[in-house]
Design a protein around this ligand. Structure first.
Ligand code: AVI
Length: 306
């Protein structure tokens, strides 16, 4: 971890890897973010998922297997599984073994005949589906707009990998936040209660604890900004003073106002999303959005020959 952090902090434009945001405290704070009034993403996606019903069932064959990327809770899976026609199996993929264990035990009572085969893995790397799913009809599911945290080229690379994992006949339902005016986006990433600020600053607490750093948390502040050219919300930590910080054996200097860029959240218009998916061999079959056009769930299918 210290190597990754140092590499980013020694660049002319300082960065830290976004995955470092998600230690135990970070995961808890992210859970709190999803319930904030300003963070419309989660509740909007849930409302769309609950209404999919027959329009999703029209595309997804009976007795198939659902594969979920980033399955840290059973909530969304349960909503979707309930609307599918007699699903045979469910494969949650997540990096956290504890989360996978609870997903499995939470789902079992409601879906006693569903075969659940969790895979503990980083889904940005190649993953092999277990034998019972290999000849089945596969329905991939990637909710939460996590795809928006990837650079467009990384999003395409992920979608290409998912196409190889899920197989040529698979369908893939992907949740993504939509491009919209900055005055709606920014409060979602800079809430009145300061939960997102605590989430971002926790990264420095983590480096102090795990990487021998001595960041003074009173001398950094959370900042969210809209980068229109890149179509993304950026999270930064701004240095409030000229200062020097130790990380392991290195000293990193900060000028007042200089920032550490910690996360991107891309907001793609539907056609931009379709282009990213097409570059990875997927075509859009159907898209569901809420009445205000805030969030989209896009059903992708393979492009023949791609
Ligand atoms: C996990 N991901 C979809 C969140 C997002 O909206 O980009 C992470 C997040 N960062 C700050 N608030 C939420």
């Amino acid at each position: 971890m210290i190597g990754d952090a140092l590499m980013g902090l020694l660049q002319p434009r300082k960065t830290l890897p976004p995955k470092l945001l998600y230690d135990e405290t970070g995961c808890r704070l992210f859970g709190d973010i999803t319930a904030l009034p300003e963070y419309y993403l989660t509740r909007t996606e849930l409302s769309i998922l609950r209404r999919l019903g027959p329009s999703l069932r029209a595309h997804v064959p009976a007795h198939g297997w659902m594969v979920e990327y980033g399955a840290s809770s059973s909530l969304k899976a349960a909503i979707v599984l309930r609307q599918l026609d007699r699903p045979a199996g469910y494969i949650p993929i997540d990096i956290a073994p504890d989360a996978l264990a609870s997903v499995q035990s939470d789902l079992h009572p409601d879906f006693p005949s569903l075969e659940i085969l969790p895979i503990c893995a980083d889904f940005l790397r190649p993953v092999e589906l277990p034998a019972p799913a290999r000849d089945a009809r596969i329905f991939g599911f990637f909710p939460g707009s996590t795809i928006g945290n990837l650079e467009p080229t990384a999003a395409t690379a992920f979608l290409r990998l998912a196409r190889a994992t899920l197989g040529p006949g698979a369908l893939f339902l992907v949740g993504a936040d939509l491009r919209k005016p900055a005055d709606r986006l920014l409060p979602a990433y800079d809430d009145a209660q300061g939960v997102t600020a605590a989430f971002n600053l926790n990264l420095l607490t983590r480096l102090n604890r795990e990487a021998g750093a001595n960041f003074d948390l009173d001398r950094f502040a959370h900042r969210a900004l809209w980068n229109d050219a890149e179509s993304r919300v950026e999270m930064h930590l701004v240095s409030l003073a000229d200062q020097s910080v130790r990380l392991g054996r290195q000293h990193i200097t900060f000028r007042r106002g200089e920032t550490i860029h910690t996360e991107n959240s891309y907001k793609h218009a539907p056609e931009a999303f379709d282009r990213i998916a097409a570059a990875a061999g997927w075509r859009t079959i159907e898209r569901w959005t809420d009445d205000d056009g805030l969030f989209a769930l896009t059903l992708l299918g393979g492009t023949p020959g791609a």
